[in-house]
Design a protein around this ligand. Structure first.
Ligand code: ADP
Ligand code: MG
Length: 257
């Protein structure tokens, strides 16, 4: 591969509308093995929609998408996205994990059950092995004593760490985060950012939508600035955040600081 890093996820010419609203206009982006991609941009620019399409919660209208060598969509001759068959989509789901803004834990499941559910019932893995891994994930997240607790008994920061553990439990090749700290009190935000930073240090491949610009600058290998369904600017953080070329990027960053 002549020294080039392998692409774990790639989307090309992604298009998505809701009714007459064109939310993704022609988005092409990729993330390479071990890298962190940060997506920044104003509210309503299509960031969540992009993640929801990437994680198969929403269907693209057009575009080509793949996880490593697994083709998820192709364009037909009219530029409409054609999805791979059910078996391939099922396989694709094992490539990624998703962490939502609002945690989205199962409220009626204990912490351990939340974490073990997909490995046991989707991946059909061995229970003892899954249990051992879940315990290790809880330890890593500083939640060893919370396995039997229910989500409502936990702080927002703890719930988010459980949802990160849940996303990691299936051993995904890439983790997507949709504004993982924006539902949290400021004093809990640092906690979650630290957790994500430690995953980055382990070279976990991640795509993170965030408004935490300093975090993006420090952790990301590549930053994408999105507005109105298009990518305005992309590159290394020292360029896109440190020295943006585009006026819109500059305005956006100025407003945040
Ligand atoms: P961001 O995450 O950047 O704030 P979103 O992807 O959530 O942006 O939304 C982009 C646009 O798409 C917004 O105008 C939003 O109202 C619209 N949108 C998102 N999801 C839906 C949906 N399920 N139905 C209709 N419109 C939607
Ligand atoms: Mg969003």
């Amino acid at each position: 591969m002549n020294g080039e890093k392998e692409k774990i996820f790639e989307i090309k010419n992604a298009k998505k509308s809701f009714g007459k609203t064109e939310v993704l206009k022609d988005i092409s982006v990729s993330v390479e093995n071990g890298d962190v991609l940060a997506i920044i941009g104003p509210s309503g620019s299509g960031k969540s929609t992009l993640l929801r399409c990437a994680t198969l919660l929403e269907k693209l209208d057009g575009g080509e998408m793949r996880y490593q060598d697994l083709q998820v969509t192709k364009n037909d001759e009219n530029g409409n996205a054609v999805y791979a068959d059910k078996a391939a989509l099922k396989k694709a789901r094992s490539y990624f994990g998703l962490v939502f803004q609002n945690f989205n834990l199962f409220p009626h499941y204990s912490v351990l059950k939340n974490i073990m559910d997909a490995p046991l019932h989707v991946q059909k893995r061995d229970k003892a092995e899954v249990q051992a891994e879940a315990a290790e994930l809880l330890r890593k997240m500083g939640l060893s004593d919370k396995g039997d607790a229910y989500p409502y008994q936990l702080s927002g920061g703890q719930q988010q760490r459980v949802s990160i553990a849940r996303a990691l439990a299936t051993n995904p090749k890439v983790l997507f985060f949709d504004e993982p700290t924006s539902a949290l009190d400021p004093e809990l935000t640092g906690d979650i950012l630290k957790t994500i930073r430690s995953l980055a240090a382990e070279r976990k491949t991640m795509v993170i939508v965030t408004h935490e610009i300093e975090f993006a600058r420090n952790v990301a290998d590549k930053v994408v600035f999105m507005a109105d369904g298009v990518i305005i600017e992309e590159g290394p953080p020292e360029q896109v955040i440190g020295n943006p070329k585009n006026e819109r990027t500059r305005m956006f960053l100025n407003k945040l600081s």
